[in-house]
Design a protein around this ligand. Structure first.
Ligand SMILES: C[S@@+](CC[C@H](N)C(=O)[O-])C[C@H]1O[C@@H](n2cnc3c(N)ncnc32)[C@H](O)[C@@H]1O
Length: 276
């Protein structure tokens, strides 16, 4: 298959390992993977659709390994992989990713914090996911300006007004006396912990009924930061199609793959109902 023949703007019903084997080298610019989390659970949507989640960690990692290797081969030199996990599997998968991509290609562990869901009476609430970001090569794409967030006025820095009246955060280096000035309106690059994107609640208008659906805002930040218009963005565990919908809206080419016929149907329906 030539790079021109790579399936783009398509929802593919397949095991992603089979799909990966059919792709040429270096054809995907950004890959987001949100695999079943090794909970051992059978996940069920509100409509009763279900998929199995490989139970124990060793089985899960062995199952995921060839998929991570396939993605490594299929990424373009400036491309990136994001693997969305939680506290159960993140550390085991990181060891695999360090081996496949090289520890120097580990860019960020993004901590996505949310608050909804059940409470634990015997431990601190487990209210974050870990998203591991690996780059294919040393020159990964990162557009900091595309994802800036507001600076918070309530930080330790004092706020002054510039000559034109604009608010500026001011920090003075005690040793050198040098002054740093950060206009509030210019925003800042987000940290690697994200508290400004809530998980979807049951009645959220984005909800499709797929049990593990992620918020569009989460994918939007990842896609804006690490891909360019017309790049090919692939989600090989697409579930309800969140990545495809957002990638299309942002002018990227996209590829959505899922082994479940229900997920494929929901993704197609969602794409048809949303504005390109
Ligand atoms: C955690 S969900 C993804 C949810 C998605 N991020 C969303 O926003 O809706 C994991 C998905 O992986 C799919 N899946 C599991 N094994 C797969 C495989 N071998 N190939 C492709 N998809 C698979 C499941 O059917 C399920 O839809």
């Amino acid at each position: 298959m030539t790079v021109d023949a790579v399936p783009a703007n398509r929802v593919v019903h397949a095991d992603n390992l089979t799909l990966l084997a059919s792709l040429p080298d270096a054809c995907l610019d950004l890959v987001y993977l949100d695999p079943p989390f090794a909970t051992g659970a059978r996940r069920r949507s509100t409509a009763g659709h279900a998929f199995d989640d490989p139970g124990d960690l060793a089985t899960f990692v062995a199952w995921l390994r060839p998929r991570l290797e396939g993605v490594h081969r299929a990424l373009t030199p400036h491309g990136s992989l994001f693997v969305h996990l939680d506290y159960r599997a993140a550390h085991y998968v990181k060891v695999e990713l360090d081996r496949i991509f090289g520890a120097r290609r580990f860019v960020n562990e993004l901590i996505w914090c949310y608050s909804i869901g059940g409470r634990n009476r015997r431990a601190f609430g487990r209210k974050h996911d870990s998203i591991l970001w690996y780059a294919r090569g040393p020159d990964w794409h990162f557009d900091a300006d595309a994802v800036k967030v507001p600076r918070r006025a309530g930080s330790h820095m004092r706020v002054e007004r510039d000559d034109d009246g604009a608010e500026v955060q001011v920090k003075r280096d005690r040793k050198t006396g040098k002054e740093y000035r950060y206009p509030l309106a210019a925003g800042k690059v987000p940290e690697d912990w994200w508290t400004d994107i809530e998980a979807l609640n049951r009645s959220d208008r984005e909800r499709t009924g797929w049990p593990t659906q992620k918020p569009e805002a989460l994918l939007e930040r990842i896609i804006r930061a690490t891909s360019r218009p017309d790049d090919l963005v692939a989600d090989l565990f697409c579930g309800s199609g969140t990545t495809a919908v957002v990638a299309r809206r942002l002018g990227r080419r996209w590829l959505a793959v899922d082994a479940s016929a229900d997920a494929v149907r929901i993704t197609r329906r969602r794409l048809a109902a949303s504005t390109p």
